[in-house]
Design a protein around this ligand. Structure first.
Ligand code: ATP
Ligand code: MG
Length: 553
């Protein structure tokens, strides 16, 4: 696939890159990177960054690297790295090179030593609380730490001892020596190395000191000759520090950091930390729960990569924070599946219909096209017989005004089949409708009935030919638009985000469908065979999205 196709509308980053190329900056090259921390699965917000970074590189015939920002091993794992790689590939992108910030630990250490040697960093013994106190506030300047004037020799010796494991965790930190009175708090001698004994998934126990984000990220970018380092707006105030580190260390390349607004999506959460909490506290079944805004969850729900790329294109790239309506995302998948998913019939809440004038032993095989506009998607066979199942909703004993479906004494068309007429309602002792007795008009297969109009069309399956399926009707995970603004986002979880119906019936052609196959169930919605739990003996089907937006009202 050409990822450039997805980035055709204009955005301010494209303007910057085009100008840089015209000015022959970076010899006209474009090298970007996608730098996830492997501390969780990728979510829809990451997709925005992936489409941007890979999209820009593709558009300008440049390169995009995958770089794992693995400098905080406490919450990171190989499982997460593998999941991230899988999701990027699934979205349709290929990295030029795969790197890890941990590949650079030795180089980063040397850079830190160089900063100390040049008088730009010092080892501080203040503890976390004291550092906070000394830092000042937005309205007050900070104070110099007593250790700020430590000699270069002493700093070098202490930093080496930090690396050698001679101190306890947190006993010392290495700080950049910048300006404790800077109006930008990020510039008030930020920490660049800390002591923390953590087993690293790649470097094992080799290190007990780890570089901080603001130090490792810019240097990793420079080491990889990244030209445009695209990140989200919260890093804008870190840009002076990004540039300070690279200027002081005179790195061979000096990437340009450019910030854009992160994706905020209504009715969900895009923060790995909070998503991890949902998983760890069992509010969902895992990172790939179909309600999760993770790529793994969305894929399992039946979202396609095309729809997600389309979504990222539609929301665009700006410098202004805004909330995107869930309907925008849902419309992308609706449009894709409307164009491409084969049609099928499924009955979610079955009601038995006996066609009295239809022969007992007869089965007719109806040839039905899989897609009304796409003959190339072929045809399938649907059996019709004396006992069929329709949706309980498609019959009304006391019909509301303008009701066009089946009523007592009324007629309705069975999709792709005959017109039937309801003759009698059968109830159980409790008064529930358990069966309808109908007749069919045998002259109405593919033909309009003579002398009368039948307006309603309903879907159906043949009772003896329709396997039972479990349907998982997923809905939005949160019941408020901005769960992030709640005091406790967990209180905003939608208690009805999953409704499981175990007695659904689907047409026989679904028996051979592979897990992951998507369908439009006629008149019902878009569905997908679950890739984790479904088996040929027990079909489990996820609802990807309803046919129409039911939330906007
Ligand atoms: P989270 O808060 O979910 O952990 P993060 O920014 O810490 O997000 P990273 O793994 O560091 O997660 O992100 C990798 C890249 O994806 C970064 O460049 C980051 O800016 C970008 N990114 C993360 N979330 C979003 C979002 N909601 N919209 C756009 N880009 C995002
Ligand atoms: Mg992060």
């Amino acid at each position: 696939m050409s990822s450039a196709e997805n980035t055709t509308s204009s955005n301010f980053i494209r303007h910057i890159i085009t100008k840089d190329i015209n000015d022959n900056k970076n010899n006209g090259k474009v090298i970007t990177r996608f730098p996830p921390e492997p501390n969780g699965y990728l979510h829809i917000g990451h997709a925005k960054s992936i489409c941007l970074n890979f999209g820009m590189a593709a558009e300008y015939k440049g390169k995009c690297n995958l770089r794992f920002d693995d400098t905080n091993p406490e919450k990171e794992s190989i499982e997460f790295m593998e999941a991230i790689e899988k999701d990027i590939k699934w979205l349709g992108f290929e990295w030029a090179n795969k790197h890890h910030a941990s590949d650079y630990f030795e180089q980063l250490y040397d850079y830190a030593v160089q900063l100390i040697n040049d008088g730009h960093a010092y080892v501080d013994s203040l503890n976390a609380e004291q550092i906070r106190e000394y830092r000042g506030s937005l309205t007050e300047p900070g104070k110099d730490s007593p250790d700020r004037s430590r000699s270069i020799e002493e700093n070098l010796a202490l930093f080496a001892a930090m690396r050698n494991g001679e101190f306890a965790d947190g006993q010392y930190i290495l700080r950049a020596k910048i300006d404790m009175a800077s109006p930008n708090i990020n510039m008030r001698d930020p920490a660049i190395y800390r002591i923390k004994r953590m087993h690293h998934q790649r470097t094992g126990d080799k290190w007990c000191i780890y570089p901080m984000y603001d130090f490792s990220h810019c240097l990793s970018d420079a080491i990889e000759n990244i030209t445009h380092s695209l990140c989200t707006l919260e890093f804008e105030a870190h840009r002076p520090l990004y540039d300070w580190v690279l200027d002081k260390l005179k790195t061979p390349s000096h990437p340009q950091q450019i910030e854009f607004a992160r994706l905020q999506l209504e009715y969900t959460i895009v923060s790995k930390r909070k998503l991890a909490q949902l998983v760890n506290e069992n509010h969902v079944t895992g990172w790939d729960d179909p309600r999760m805004p993770t790529l793994a969850g969305m894929r399992r729900a039946g979202y396609t990569a095309t729809a997600i790329r389309d979504f990222c294109e539609r929301i665009g790239i700006t410098k202004k924070d805004s909330w995107i309506e869930m309907g925008v995302l849902e419309n992308c998948i609706r449009e894709d599946l409307n164009d491409n998913a084969p049609r099928a019939m499924a009955v979610i809440n079955p009601l038995r219909v006996v066609i009295e004038n239809y022969p007992e032993e007869k089965t007719e095989i109806l040839e039905v096209s899989n897609h009304p506009q796409k003959p190339e998607l072929g045809q399938r066979e649907i059996p019709f017989s004396k006992v069929i199942l329709i949706e309980q909703d498609d019959f009304a004993e006391v019909p509301p005004p303008k009701y066009k479906r089946l009523i007592e004494g009324g007629e309705v068309r069975l999709r792709s089949s005959y017109v039937i007429k309801c003759q009698q309602i059968i109830k159980d002792d409790a008064g529930n409708i358990i069966e309808l007795r109908c007749t069919y008009d045998q002259d109405t297969l593919g033909k309009k009935p003579e002398g009368r109009k039948v307006k309603g069309v309903i879907h159906w399956v043949s009772e003896q030919h329709s396997p039972i399926a479990e349907m998982r009707l997923y809905d939005r995970l949160f019941q408020v638009a901005n769960p992030d603004l709640e005091e406790n986002f967990l209180n905003a979880l939608n208690p009805n985000s999953l409704e499981t119906l175990t007695n659904c019936r689907v047409e026989s052609s679904l028996v051979n469908a592979k897990p992951g196959t998507q369908f439009q169930f006629e008149r019902t919605g878009y569905f997908c065979i679950d890739t984790v739990d479904s088996t040929p003996e027990k079909l489990i089907i996820n609802r990807t999205v309803t046919l129409r937006d039911t939330w906007s009202k």
